[in-house]
Design a protein around this ligand. Structure first.
Ligand code: GCU
Length: 681
């Protein structure tokens, strides 16, 4: 149940006060599927929190009743739908506390739509559980972002690409799961934090998943769509660009071929006959050996538009990923730069995409490293719908064996000012569509869940899942607020416990960064599985992920003056800020510059001393995390306590390993000893 593990309120007085208010629910709107879900959630929640069965009455109250009636009154705000406002408003809700002349208390839950009511129910239950009094419930909320999406990287064989919490809850043995119970629980979790779209299969679409769009598989996919629909979540599929070819129904996948175009149109018609509200396609094309339009001398606009044309009649969307780069590089070639690739590929196509295409751009130009600059493509597209892509699954941030709370990182990205339209062009304004007034926009993230009991492997990694949803709903929430909400909902409203957990979460990203790759350089991980240190693991490979460390210095020269020219992809003043080593923020220095080990950082330290200090310090801090958690023994349930304690012990040991591998490597390369004379092996 994760954060939906609602407990009976212990304070009897508060429980009774709420019981008289929430014990009677009157619903004054049409009972749709999503509204039924909302009412079921409400009744379950009231039962769990207050120990009572709420009575639900349908139909509008008469005027006389109205004036004095108490209880929870649910209704739709009729204007929200008719004024043609963006769907964000429809997904919104309002809670109003009122006291009638006769003393009766009432709460009005007014939704912009049935989905708005459902989000309002989850919000109401969260507030009641957190100890808020009825009079403090007044609020008006609507999500900042239109598409609030989760991407599963699950494969039909039951494995999960970059999954660290067991196997897929969606598939096993090449088939969609027959028991949908766990998937339904997942839908609840997603809806409870306001998410409204899901792609259910890996962006790398293999043979079995290529068949998801065939007549044979669609009834199965439709079962999942039915389930998600009840929670207001639209279902998307990742598709194989070469599907017509691979399924043996065409001899090409050329997007400009009439036969291919009609194949996709027929496919769209088939999908919509099974799933009338199907969300659309997610596409990874011409990326890491996946097929795409390049094979036929066509570009990404040709490819995306062809699919978009097929979906247009049904209001379906094509979410086309911008993770496109040359993965067959030569380390001797200092000009080709993977960081440049997304911008170089997509910026020239700006304005050519159909209105039902969105480009999905990873938050950084490389690949979800612990520290990267914000992708310069975000904001650079002025006439194209775009979405930001985050990674909740901790591929490069400790794989859910290390603690790494990512909400602060995502917030930094969303708050980053791209200056694309002058000051005030923050990424969050591009994601929410307001900067350019785009037709569609939003945020997607790669899921971190699997079939393990805890959902996320590390229980504390649930905070990333929860935090993602809350942040995408409202990017103005602070990382601490979100951590507090999550910790309290999960472990109970005990200030000692929540204070310790918030403290641990809030420091964890900095700690992880400290003992892993320094100063934004990234990639010092073991190839393939990406867990643990291997400084040269990718240094001579074809993936284009280099640090260029030699005996004299380290870092990638991405300047216009002497490097790859990547800095020019940013708007001013960011371009100059990064171009100049003296102004480039320390934490990104080696991403943008190749410098000697003796280069003095803005912090006043040399690069080499920074490497030593952060690695010794980071490993010590990891040890401290373990000690902090130990203080909670007896204050949270035993199983959770032990589970997290084990992970933190592993992290502390592994952090020492990281420390020693990195320090030894750079000591030997540079020949410069640690100023503090600490042990370097
Ligand atoms: C990373 C990741 C892959 C994934 C890819 C993508 O490279 O390691 O597993 O397929 O990103 O986002 O497409």
């Amino acid at each position: 149940k994760a954060w939906l593990n609602v407990q009976l309120i212990e304070d009897k007085e508060r429980r009774e006060a709420y019981a008289s208010l929430l014990g009677q629910v009157s619903v004054e709107c049409k009972p749709t599927l999503v509204l039924q879900t909302a009412l079921k959630e409400l009744q379950q929640g009231i039962q769990a929190l207050l120990g009572i069965a709420a009575s639900v009455k349908e139909g509008s109250a008469s005027r006389a009743e109205e004036e004095n009636a108490g209880g929870l009154r649910i209704r739709l705000c009729p204007e929200a739908n008719t004024q043609g406002e963006r769907s964000q408003r429809e997904d919104g809700f309002e809670l109003q506390y009122m006291q009638a002349a006769n003393g009766n208390e009432a709460i009005y839950l007014i939704g912009g739509s049935d989905k708005g009511i459902m989000y309002g129910v989850f919000h109401l239950l969260r507030m009641v559980a957190s100890g808020k009094r009825a009079a403090e419930l007044n609020t008006k909320e609507s999500p900042a972002n239109e598409l609030r999406m989760i991407n599963q990287w699950d494969n039909a064989d039951g494995t999960i690409e970059r999954g660290y919490a067991g196997r897929s809850i969606f598939y096993g043995n090449g088939r969609i799961a027959s028991d949908l119970g766990r998937i339904r629980d997942y839908a609840r979790l997603l809806a409870s934090i306001g998410l409204n779209a899901i792609s259910i299969n890996n962006v790398n679409v293999h043979e079995l998943e290529t068949r998801f769009i065939t007549e044979e598989q669609l009834p199965e996919v439709a079962r999942l769509a039915d389930l998600f629909r009840a929670y207001g979540i639209a279902l998307f599929l990742s598709v194989n660009f070469a599907a017509p070819l691979q399924l043996g129904e065409r001899n090409t996948a050329d997007p400009l071929d009439a036969g291919v175009q009609s194949w996709w149109k027929d496919t769209a018609a088939r999908i919509y006959s099974h799933i009338p509200d199907f969300g659309g396609f997610v596409v990874k094309a011409d990326s890491e050996h996946r097929p795409g339009p390049f094979t036929y001398g066509r570009d990404h606009a040709d490819g995306a538009n062809m699919l978009a044309e097929a979906l247009a009649d049904y209001s379906g969307l094509v979410i086309w990923r911008c993770f496109v780069y040359d993965c067959m590089q030569d380390w001797r070639d200092r000009k080709t730069d993977r960081a440049r690739a997304a911008y170089d590929h997509f910026k020239p196509l700006d304005g050519r995409f159909r209105s039902n295409v969105l480009l999905q751009i990873k938050n950084g130009p490389m690949d979800f490293q612990v520290r990267e600059p914000v992708s310069p493509l975000i904001g650079a597209l002025k006439e194209t719908n775009q979405m930001v892509e985050f990674q909740i699954t901790q591929e490069y941030t400790g794989q859910q064996r290390h603690l790494c709370y990512l909400v602060p990182q995502w917030k930094q990205v969303l708050d980053f000012d791209s200056y694309a339209q002058g000051e005030g062009s923050q990424v969050k304004r591009i994601a929410d569509g307001s900067l350019y007034g785009t037709a569609h926009s939003g945020i997607a993230a790669v899921s971190n869940i699997g079939d393990e009991e805890s959902w996320t492997g590390h229980i504390l990694a649930q905070a990333n899942f929860y935090g993602y949803g809350r942040l995408v709903w409202n990017p103005e929430l602070t990382a601490e607020q979100i951590a507090l909400e999550w910790a309290a909902a999960t472990f109970g409203y005990n200030p000692t416990v929540t204070t310790v957990i918030i403290g641990m979460l809030m420091k964890s990203w900095a700690i992880y960064e400290a003992y892993t790759a320094p100063l934004g350089v990234g990639w010092m991980v073991a190839p393939n599985h990406h867990y643990g240190p291997d400084v040269d693991g990718y240094e001579y490979s074809r993936w284009g992920t280099y640090h260029f460390a030699d005996r004299d210095g380290i870092g990638v020269d991405r300047t216009q003056a002497s490097g790859t020219g990547y800095t020019s992809q940013y708007s001013e003043p960011n371009a100059s800020l990064y171009e100049n080593a003296a102004t480039c923020p320390d934490e990104l220095l080696l991403f943008f510059h190749h410098v000697p080990y003796t280069h003095i950082l803005q912090s006043g330290k040399t690069v080499i001393q920074h490497i030593y200090d952060t690695h010794f310090g980071g490993a010590d801090e990891a040890e401290r995390l373990r000690e902090q958690w130990a203080e909670l023994e007896g204050q949270i349930d035993e199983a959770s306590f032990v589970h997290v304690a084990e992970r933190l012990a592993e992290q502390a040991e592994h952090a020492k390993h990281w420390r020693d591998v990195i320090n030894t490597y750079f000591f030997r390369k540079s020949g410069i000893p640690d100023a503090d004379g600490r042990v370097i092996y």
